[in-house]
Design a protein around this ligand. Structure first.
Ligand code: N7H
Length: 481
């Protein structure tokens, strides 16, 4: 694939799509409802100049913005353009069919959600604030909220705070290591991990060599020619170009339950604890050790020097999952070309490339123990704090990427020839619903090992699908729609 087949318009792409703002350790996300569309457009027109684009890496603070389908409607976007957004975005995350495939039932059912569910206030806009530290963030947010409060918008639902755990998540594992490389941006890497921009950003070829369907505007409705023309040659102007679909899920993590389970399953015959086996079982479930070292590269113990390693595959070094179980979280959310019928073939790698996500999530809530060490977490009495991951990812096609991964790889108990194994970290383990307890299988010689009665370690507390437009499209929304 030549990167010269297109040039990315980074000055029109919102910054959080281009980079994760790792220097901006503080962040908060707020939801807005439009009460007066005219005033809200005035706010948006000002915002268009303040929104961070992808050209440079901000050092102090910055903002990005995304909209729900209802939000675009409330701003008066015309019905022709609205009809061209994908079905899943139009329908939203909480329709019955979607709850079924995403595994959102029981404690995770949308009617129990703190935001985004049928019992919550409708959300129109997601405003993402990032800053170098908490103090800067609070001042930045105060400024930003003064502006939207006076301009036809009300804040709805919780203000979602985040917390930096120094590159780890609440269970104590390094996160944010494996990301797809977008061809055309400065970073380069292995061909298997380099994807055409259209997988994440509308207006560019995707891994099928095609342009993902994009919401268009009739040229008569864009007389000031704010938007670019249709790359496919029609008379329409492209509202979707340089935009991306954003999936947001607030995922609560049952941290004590997680480590209690590992502890219980790995006790010695005399019931004494086995800390090494405890960590090993949890790492087998994740597919990486707490430092991030991949299990395929270090089978028996953690090797922090491999913590950032991402240049590996499964089919040549570990076809049966003896080192990294086929059922583990990272192996099923990105099988890296190891799926049957022809593991390692060009076809298998091509398939894997059509189901990738650009992850931009952040943790929230006080950790059980700042050390994130299992002993300390097991001994803590802090059981009720709300903590977890604000899971955020970008994709060009929610159905083919996020929903496919969640349905066909994460929640599918028959994934890659398994029988009763959902994803052990985030899968839907509900026994009552599936009629059978969930298991986690670790291939081994002479016989595989299996742990039974896996509980659900991650519950959903809120969620919604958003569209994050390019900067030109924001200007269009503010004036023409
Ligand atoms: Fe996952 N965890 O702590 O166990 N994830 N994840 N995830 N995840 C990854 O490689 C975790 C969630 C993916 O390319 C790592 O960056 C937790 C959802 C994908 O090799 C760790 C939660 C979805 C990858 C975790 C959670 C995914 C990945 C290893 C929820 C999609 C990259 C660090 C609370 C539906 C795989 C890294 C690859 C990696 C954890 C959620 C997907 C440690 C705790 C909902 C694609």
């Amino acid at each position: 694939m030549g990167t010269q087949e297109y040039t990315l318009e980074v000055d029109d792409i919102q910054g959080i799509i281009v980079r994760g703002y790792s220097k901006l350790e503080a962040a908060c996300f707020v939801f807005l409802k439009i009460t007066d569309a005219g005033k809200a457009k005035h706010w948006l027109a000002n915002m268009a100049n303040k929104i961070e684009d992808g050209t440079s890496n901000p050092a102090d603070s910055c903002m990005n913005v995304a909209f729900t389908f209802e939000g675009l409607k409330a701003l008066g976007l015309n019905s022709y353009t609205l009809s061209l957004f994908s079905n899943e975005f139009q329908e939203g995350m909480t329709c019955e069919y979607r709850s079924r495939i995403l595994g959102d039932h029981g404690e995770s059912a949308p009617d129990k959600w703190q935001w985004g569910g049928p019992k919550s206030e409708p959300i129109h806009i997601l405003l993402m604030h990032y800053a170098s530290d908490e103090e800067t963030l609070q001042a930045f947010y105060a400024n930003s909220s003064d502006a939207f409060k006076n301009d036809g918008l009300t804040q709805v639902g919780p203000k979602l705070e985040t917390l930096s755990l120094n590159g780890k998540e609440h269970f104590g594992f390094a996160d944010g290591i494996s990301q797809p490389i977008i061809a055309g941006l400065s970073k380069t890497g292995a061909e298997e991990n380099t994807l055409r921009a259209g997988e994440f950003i509308l207006g560019y070829p995707n891994e099928y060599g095609q342009y993902t369907v994009s919401p268009m505007v009739k040229s008569a409705d864009d007389s000031k020619e704010i938007l670019h023309g249709d790359i496919n040659g029609s008379e329409d102007h492209d509202f979707g170009r340089n935009g991306s679909y954003l999936v947001f899920r607030q995922l609560h993590q049952n941290v004590q339950e997680f480590w209690q389970f590992m502890d219980h399953e790995t006790r010695n015959p005399d019931n004494s604890v086995n800390p090494d086996e405890r960590i090993k079982l949890a790492s087998k479930m994740v597919g990486r050790w707490p430092s991030g070292a991949p299990l395929v590269l270090s089978e028996d113990h953690d090797r922090p020097e491999l913590g950032k390693e991402n240049d590996f595959s499964y089919h040549n070094t570990d076809p049966q999952g003896l080192k990294c179980p086929v059922s583990s979280h990272v192996r099923r959310t990105n099988p890296r070309g190891s799926l049957p019928p022809n593991p390692g073939s060009k076809g298998a790698i091509a398939i894997a490339k059509r189901h990738r996500l650009l992850r931009r999530g952040r943790s929230y809530g006080k950790p059980v123990d700042p050390s994130l060490a299992p002993e300390a977490m097991l001994g803590s009495s802090d059981r009720n704090t709300e903590r977890g991951l604000h899971f955020i990812c970008f994709n060009g096609n929610i159905r083919r990427q996020f929903e496919f991964i969640q349905q066909t790889w994460v929640n599918n108990r028959n994934f890659a020839g398994l029988y009763t194994d959902p994803d052990p970290i985030i899968g839907d383990c509900d026994t009552l619903k599936h009629g059978q307890p969930s298991t986690f299988t670790m291939p081994a010689h002479p016989v595989r090992k299996r742990v039974h009665n896996l509980p659900r370690f991650v519950d959903v507390r809120g969620g919604a699908y958003f569209f994050m437009p390019g900067i030109r499209a924001i200007k269009y929304l503010a004036t023409n729609s």
